[in-house]
Ligand binder design. Structure first.
Ligand code: ARG
Length: 461
């Protein structure tokens, strides 16, 4: 049993079961880099506060560096029975220097665990932001590979109105661009220094919290020590942003699983992101997309897990809060891997342009265009809507496609249809009426595509 940071008050040590039950080293060792960095900054503050001499501070900072380097070697954790990563680091420090006994002066693990998690999570958010930018880039590329393709847009998974392929892809661009904003907002709440809060009541030493914040590159300092010990909102903010991102990824995955079926047949997924069947030789399954969809549930589960952990905890710290880490770590892993995977799938996708074009041509996605043309010609919209509805009904009965109608047969069906309206029976024509900002008109989409590229550039700057 490794030595505790709190053994003095106890006559016997913890039971073996309690040690196994409560220990967190096997997962919170992920925070060792942050723990060392935070402790080094704290050592510098202890020097400013007169607790350590410059020489002592230097000895400790070097010892921390050595511990971090050693932690990257195999075997570092073998046999370690420390309660958590913070305890392990201090034990290793004690093996190097008796000065280790001074490092925890005026510091609590309650603030240390908040500090470490914030430092670590800040770096992971930056990586998540980069991965999102990578996906946005892959999506723009995919839009540009088929600039003039036309697909039916869906509501209720029934053909609704025709849109340019880039317009469909840019819908996802918007979702993932908002996801980036959500992660940036989460980052601002993570980027606040908790150190100086003590266990819950503030430290008993006159630390210059602003200078520790500057040392660790934090934007701000926390304003209430009790809040620090009790708060995991910053982790929840990340988990919410991660969950929304996963929902967007999952919907993209679902779209492309459907669009790449034999029944739809629009999309070809590359061999590199699909798998076969051990029994059925013909199969090419979209496993990469299915796993993205599957991991979405897992990340939402992590958000729920922490919300439920926090609900009803009395102020301030409670050991329940140690349960924040596994869901947080797992969500970070799953969202990052999913973003990476989605970008690779996007880069591998080819649109068989003729298939959705035919689906758009056959599917009466032009009906709204006709109804709106009638309205533009002065026919009250509800009446025009009814006329076109009857035209569709008649076509369905007679097995007619939109382009089977001529200007003459249209006018014969109803005199409200002027000869020029027959042009609208082709989806490409009606789309041209939708060139307002945000619309699916080809001009509007070209502008949106250029704008999206500029926005991605400024996100990356
Ligand atoms: N391993 C603990 C956690 O993650 C560190 C804080 C321990 N503090 C305490 N009062 N037991 O929450």
């Amino acid at each position: 049993m490794a030595e505790k940071l709190w053994g003095g008050r106890f006559e016997t040590g913890p039971s073996e079961v309690f040690e196994r039950f409560s220990g967190s080293l096997h997962f919170d060792k992920r925070l060792i880099g942050a723990d060392v960095r935070g402790s080094q900054a704290f050592a510098r503050e202890l020097e400013r506060a007169g607790i350590l001499t410059a020489g002592e501070r230097a000895t400790l900072v070097t010892a921390f560096d050595e511990i971090l380097a050693a932690s990257r070697e195999p075997g570092f954790y073998v046999g370690a029975s420390d309660e958590d990563v913070h305890t392990l680091v201090i034990r290793k420090l004690k093996e190097k220097t008796p000065l280790a006994d001074k490092i925890h002066t005026g510091r609590s693990r309650n603030e240390q665990v908040s500090l470490d998690t914030r430092l670590w999570l800040r770096g992971e958010i930056d990586r998540t932001l980069d991965l999102l930018a990578g996906l946005l880039d892959a999506l723009l590329d995919l839009a540009r590979r088929h600039p003039n393709a036309v697909i039916p847009g869906y509501t209720h998974l029934r053909r609704a109105q025709a849109v340019p392929w880039p317009h469909y892809i840019l819908a996802y661009f918007e979702m993932f661009a908002r996801d980036r904003e959500r992660f940036e907002q989460a980052r601002r709440r993570v980027d606040v220094l908790p150190l100086g809060s003590g266990a819950l009541a503030g430290s008993g030493f006159p630390f210059d919290r602003r200078s520790i914040a500057a040392d660790l590159d934090f934007e701000d300092i926390t304003r209430n020590s009790m809040d620090v010990s009790a708060d995991r909102d910053f982790a929840l903010d990340y988990l919410y942003a991660a969950s929304v991102t996963m929902v967007h990824l999952s919907r993209l995955a679902e779209d492309w699983i459907v669009y790449s079926t034999d029944e739809f047949g629009w999309l070809e997924l590359a061999d590199g992101v699909t798998s076969g069947s051990s029994l059925m030789p013909q199969k090419k399954n979209p496993d990469s997309l299915e796993l993205i969809r599957g991991k979405c549930g897992r990340v939402i589960g992590s958000l729920n897990s922490l919300l439920i952990t926090m609900k009803g905890l009395p102020l301030t710290y409670n050991r329940d809060m140690q349960e924040d880490k596994e869901p947080l770590f797992d969500a970070v892993d799953q969202v990052q891997m999913s973003l990476e995977m989605a970008a690779v799938v996007a880069a591998s996708v080819t649109l068989r342009e003729a298939v959705p074009a035919a689906a758009a041509a056959d599917g009466w996605v032009v009906a709204t265009d006709l109804a709106e043309a009638l309205a533009r010609a002065g026919v009250p919209f509800h009446y025009g809507h009814k006329l076109v509805g009857r035209l569709v009904l008649e076509s369905v009965r007679a097995g007619k496609k939109p382009t089977d109608w001529t200007p003459e047969s249209l006018a014969a069906f109803a005199p409200e249809f002027s000869p020029d309206m027959a042009a609208l029976l082709r989806p490409e024509e009606g789309m041209k009426t939708r060139n307002l900002p945000g619309g699916a008109g080809p001009e509007a989409v070209r502008t949106a595509l250029e704008e999206a590229a500029r926005r991605l550039d400024s996100m990356r700057r």
